[in-house]
Design a protein around this ligand. Structure first.
Ligand code: SME
Length: 160
C-alpha cells in the first residue's frame, strides 16, 4: 500500500516538496509511462486543494490526446494551438490562466473550471505532453504552483 497523505498544514513550498518526493518514489525505475502518469494524476488530485481536474495530455502524431487524470471525463483530442493545453504544447511555455473565460479559445471540458495551469513536458527539446490542472476558483494558481508543476514535468519527462 502507498500512503502519501499530504499534510493539511504544510506551506505551499513543503506541499510541492512532498508531492515531488512522492512522484519520484512512485515512478523511479518503472518503465510503463501510463502507470506513471496514472499514479501522478492521482497524487495531484490528492495533494492539490481546490482542483476539479488534474491530469495529462500526451502528444500523439501532432495532436494532444487525453492521458490519465483525476476528475470528470474530458475532451479526448486537442489540436496544437487550440485552447490552453494546445497553446502550452505549441509554444512550449507554461500557461497560467487566472480566468479561463478570458482566454481566447479556452476549451470547457468541465463547466466548473474557472482557472487553469498547463505545463509542457519537454524531452530532448520536443513537447511530449502537458500537465493540466483546473480549478473551480478564479486565480487559484500562482508562481509557486507554476514552479512546483514545472519541476514535476522535468522529473517525468523521461518517465512517461
Ligand atoms: N481547458 C483545456 C482543455 C482540457 S480540460 O481542462 C481537462 C484547454 O482549454 O485546453
Amino acid at each position: 500500500m502507498f500512503d502519501f497523505t499530504p499534510d493539511p498544514d504544510a506551506s505551499k513550498a513543503d506541499l510541492y516538496r512532498e508531492l515531488l518526493g512522492a512522484a519520484d518514489a512512485l515512478t523511479a525505475g518503472e518503465s510503463d509511462g501510463v502507470a506513471n502518469m496514472a499514479n501522478v494524476a492521482a497524487l495531484l488530485g490528492d495533494f492539490l486543494p481546490d482542483c476539479n481536474w488534474t491530469g495529462f495530455y500526451r502528444m500523439v502524431e501532432g495532436e494532444l490526446v487525453l492521458g490519465p487524470f483525476a476528475g470528470r471525463p474530458a475532451c479526448i483530442r486537442i489540436p496544437l494551438g487550440v485552447g490552453v493545453c494546445g497553446a502550452a504544447a505549441k509554444s512550449g511555455e507554461t500557461q497560467l490562466v487566472e480566468d479561463v473565460h478570458a482566454f481566447p479559445g479556452h476549451i470547457a471540458c468541465d463547466a466548473r473550471s474557472r482557472s487553469e495551469l498547463v505545463v509542457p513536458i519537454v524531452r530532448d527539446g520536443a513537447v511530449v505532453g502537458v500537465i493540466d490542472l483546473d480549478s473551480p476558483d478564479l486565480g487559484r494558481f500562482d508562481a509557486d504552483d507554476q514552479a512546483g508543476i514545472e519541476a514535476l514535468a522535468a522529473l517525468l519527462s523521461d518517465r512517461m
